[in-house]
Design a protein around this ligand. Structure first.
Ligand code: DLL
Length: 436
């Protein structure tokens, strides 16, 4: 049996979805053109007026917006409403150079809560459930997003945040948590801890809502078996609101994109051309209702494919595959988005040259990341150079840049293999993506 939070929206005919999207798009284009100089300038430069956008079929006429634009417009350049109407901000994980701040009005928060309430309902949650949220709270969207959705649903919500496994397990047992929300890697950590402590019989989880990082079908089977629950994928990104932009239903056959709020497109990342249904390309989103941070044709850099085939669950909203790769070099490590360029920046600031390598691995469900960097010839010749001290300094610099602990090895000059063509900076041994 399918569970819907808003059946009238979630099972709407394709024709009605398109009609609703078109009406909302026309309004939204007027909103951004009137209230955000960035969009007005971009549309003027492209010779497009709000009246040119009459339906979603005209969406392709609008220019894209990219991560760099968000950075350039930091902090308030894309704000679509007066500050007095903003009630919340969230921000992308641990990135100084590329931090993105997203703004929300009361209504924008309702949209987000609705998205997460639909995802929770699809996973079988009701107000009878105890929803255990151990995504991080704070600037990261994971905790606040699922928390808001769970409130809207009327479920008892445990705002556990991440870490402190003993406390997680204690609350899970004492309060009888039934729905678990966290990253898939943390779910595996919890499963291991439950096994170690021999408390499986006291745990009554029935569903898990896991996302924020790539994970494989093998991981899903592992988690489901170990925790005795059904594992649902959930996708989202800070720029578009947070978790719940799309979510899995009981069919576990792709994530339904909330098309009354977001219009997806798949483009060729090299040319920007919109690709036909079923082809793999970069996912692009347009927000239809969000007023404070209204992104239009935002390039996510996530590679996936869409299917409009009707799902057995009865939902009509388009489904996206799991992200299969990235069209940039971002990695998600320990739940944090990491770009090699951030690591390079820290190394160069500390006097190293760009002879480095990043090795990412996963052991016992824990991500590790190691940076190997060569001493410069001057450092190697300097009798006073203390390797351990130099490494500690880089560790501190990276912690401050990324917000996570990175292992560092300072190695001898010329010990990292030189590439003949493009330098292979990253060795990711986790194999989480189909396309690398
Ligand atoms: O990770 C939002 C979120 C929180 C989603 C909790 C799901 C659950 P950001 O930190 O802005 O937002 O990172 C967004 O993470 O572009 C993807 O590359 C990746 N990502 C998010 N969900 C998934 C998923 C949150 N289910 C970036 N599978 C996105 C694979 C995911 N990758």
């Amino acid at each position: 049996m399918s569970n819907y939070f808003q059946p009238e929206i979630e099972t709407m005919s394709r024709e009605d979805i398109k009609k609703l999207q078109s009406e909302r798009l026309v309004e939204q284009v007027k909103h951004v053109y009137t209230n955000v100089k960035f969009y007005r300038d971009k549309m003027d430069a492209a010779g497009i007026k709000p009246e040119d956008i009459k339906s979603v079929d005209d969406l392709h006429k609008l220019p894209f917006i990219e991560k760099d634009d968000l950075r350039d417009q930091y902090p308030y350049g894309l704000l679509g409403v007066p500050k007095s109407e903003v009630v919340r901000i969230q921000s992308t994980s641990g990135t100084t150079g590329r931090r993105v701040v997203a703004f929300y009005t009361q209504d924008d928060l309702k949209v987000w809560d609705t998205c997460c309430a639909r995802a929770l309902t699809a996973a079988g949650a009701t107000n009878e459930d105890v929803v255990h949220v151990c995504y991080g709270y704070g600037l990261f969207t994971g905790g606040p997003g699922l928390n808001g959705g769970s409130h809207l649903l009327g479920s008892m919500t445990l705002p556990m945040s991440s870490g402190n496994t003993d406390r997680q397990l204690q609350f899970m047992q004492d309060l009888g948590s039934t729905v678990l929300c966290c990253t898939p890697s943390y779910a595996l950590n919890l499963a291991e801890a439950i096994e170690e402590r021999g408390v499986k019989d006291n745990i009554h989880l029935k569903a898990g809502i896991f996302g924020a990082e790539p994970w494989t079908e093998e991981m899903r089977h592992n988690i489901e078996e170990k925790l005795g629950l059904k594992a649902y994928d959930i996708y989202g990104l800070t720029e578009i609101s947070g978790p719940g932009v799309s979510f899995e239903c009981e069919e576990q056959a792709g994530m339904h994109i909330q098309e009354d709020f977001f219009v997806p497109e798949i483009i060729n990342p090299k040319t920007g051309e919109v690709l036909p249904e079923g082809e793999i390309g970069e996912l692009v989103f347009t927000c239809l209702t969000k007023k404070a941070f209204p992104l239009m044709r935002y390039r996510t850099r996530d590679l996936c494919r869409l299917t409009y085939e009707k799902c057995k669950c009865g939902r009509t909203h388009v489904r996206m595959s799991k992200p299969m790769g990235r069209s940039d070099d971002m990695m998600v490590v320990k739940g944090v988005n990491v770009w090699p360029s951030q690591i390079e920046q820290v190394l160069l600031q500390q006097g190293y040259q760009a002879n480095y390598q990043i090795v990412v691995d996963r052991e016992d469900n824990r991500d590790s990341i190691e940076v190997q960097v060569e001493k410069t010839p001057e450092m190697a010749a300097d009798a006073g150079f203390v390797t351990a001290k130099a490494e500690a300094k880089i560790v501190a610099g990276l912690k401050s840049m990324l917000g996570i602990k990175v292992d560092v090895k300072v190695v001898e000059p010329k010990s990292i293999i030189r590439s003949e063509g493009k330098a292979k900076r990253v060795i990711d041994k986790r194999n989480l993506y189909v396309i690398k």
